[in-house]
Design a protein around this ligand. Structure first.
Ligand SMILES: *Cc1c(COP(=O)(O)O)cnc(C)c1O
Length: 372
């Protein structure tokens, strides 16, 4: 078989299942509710969610309405709770209801629009409430939450099953902001004693029992990213991006590699030209600092162009057509992110459909459609 010149993205569903159970054990007592927004961090929300359902997940989070609709279709007749972080607007209300999606209300306008919708539909509307405890990004303030909780009129028609907030510094366990947000969240929780409570994403799920509450919302750690933004051996790589060696070239000291005159090799060396670039999702900013795994070792990335990446081989014995791991169990996600000055989340969502996609691991039966 002629070597393919295409990059290949392998999504390991068994590794996903392993990570799910690792997080569930770490946050024992709380429900583990996977976050599969942005098409499952670029890895395919449908196949990921089907496998996570088979492993016991029953509650999922997405960001956008359309992501929720697609996930509802992918999960078919399964009675999953799907929460939409974008929340509720008068325009999206009917679509949320049609797909049985649960909006996460994050502003007073959303609360009143959802309440008006439920009242006119004469049916209680299941929803979640997001409260800002100090991240200053999304959610009503603690004071607004108190006002809402004390005003039955504002809550008419709303069935608030979950109150949640989000940590700004969860990846830094000793940061004082964590305890400040935790204290504020306890206030919020007391306002809605009937609702379940959720504070932790991946990082928070590893912060210990104080941060667990009733439900944790991991995203990146399900996909192998460490909760402290560095490799965590308890988690397995879910995404593996590989591409073949298309050419091997000899360079002399002083030769300039690629565009511009910034990268000059300082010794005679061999380099591999690899058939994947930033159009496949190799982060360009990882050039020079980042490493790929080839010939049994990690080797430096010289350049990352749109279609091609050049890797320093040194004196390694590497053949044409050999696959180079650009991301995976050896070329670690968190290391790539650090080399690119980014975070694991961004490295995953940039993986593109140009790379051929392969799902491995125990297959899950296709959903059976139920008449609705
Ligand atoms: C994206 C997101 C998560 C998941 O975050 P990770 O860091 O990927 O675990 C959880 N909660 C909210 C509100 C989010 O926006």
């Amino acid at each position: 078989m002629a070597p393919s010149s295409r990059a290949r993205l392998t999504v390991d569903l068994d590794a996903l299942a392993h990570n799910f159970h690792t997080i569930a054990a770490e946050s024992a007592g709380a429900e583990t509710a996977p976050v599969v927004k942005a098409d499952g961090y670029g890895l395919g929300a449908g196949p990921l969610a089907q496998r996570l359902w088979a492993e016991g997940a029953r509650t999922f989070f997405v960001a956008r309405l359309a992501e929720g609709e697609a996930l509802r279709a992918a999960l078919g007749a399964r009675h999953a709770t799907i929460l939409v972080l974008d929340g509720f607007t008068p325009a999206t209300g009917p679509r949320l209801a049609a797909a049985s999606l649960t909006p996460v209300l994050s502003g007073l306008a959303q609360v009143s629009a959802a309440s008006a919708f439920a009242v006119s539909a004469r049916a209680p509307l299941p929803c979640a409430l997001q409260v800002d405890t100090g991240m200053n990004r999304q959610g009503i303030t603690v004071a607004q939450a108190a006002a809402v909780a004390q005003s039955p009129d504002r809550l008419r028609g709303l069935d608030i099953g979950l109150v949640m907030s989000h940590l700004g510094c969860g990846a830094e366990p000793d940061h004082p902001r964590n305890r400040q947000q935790l204290a504020a969240f306890h206030e919020v929780r007391a306002l809605f004693p009937e609702a379940r409570a959720s504070l932790a994403a991946s990082a928070g799920a590893f912060l210990g029992p104080d941060y667990r509450f009733d439900l944790v919302r991991p995203g990146i750690s399900l996909y192998g990213g460490g909760p402290r933004e560095r490799f965590d051996p308890r988690l397995r790589a879910v995404a593996r991006l590989e591409a073949p060696v298309l050419d091997i070239r000899n360079l002399n000291p002083g030769d300039l590699v690629g565009y511009g005159d910034t990268i000059a090799v300082d010794r005679a060396t061999r380099v591999a030209v690899v058939g994947a670039g930033y159009a496949d999702g190799v982060i360009r900013a990882a050039r020079r600092q980042g490493q790929a795994f080839v010939g049994g070792a990690l080797r430096r990335l010289y350049i990352v162009d749109m279609d091609l990446t050049v890797v320093d081989l040194g004196d390694a014995d590497v053949q044409l057509g050999e696959m180079v791991e650009l991301l995976g169990p050896n070329a670690l996600l968190d290391d790539l992110a650090a080399a690119a000055g980014s975070i694991a989340h961004e490295c995953l969502v940039r993986l593109s459909p140009r790379a051929e996609r392969l799902y491995v691991g125990e297959k899950v039966a296709e959903p059976v459609w139920a008449a609705r």
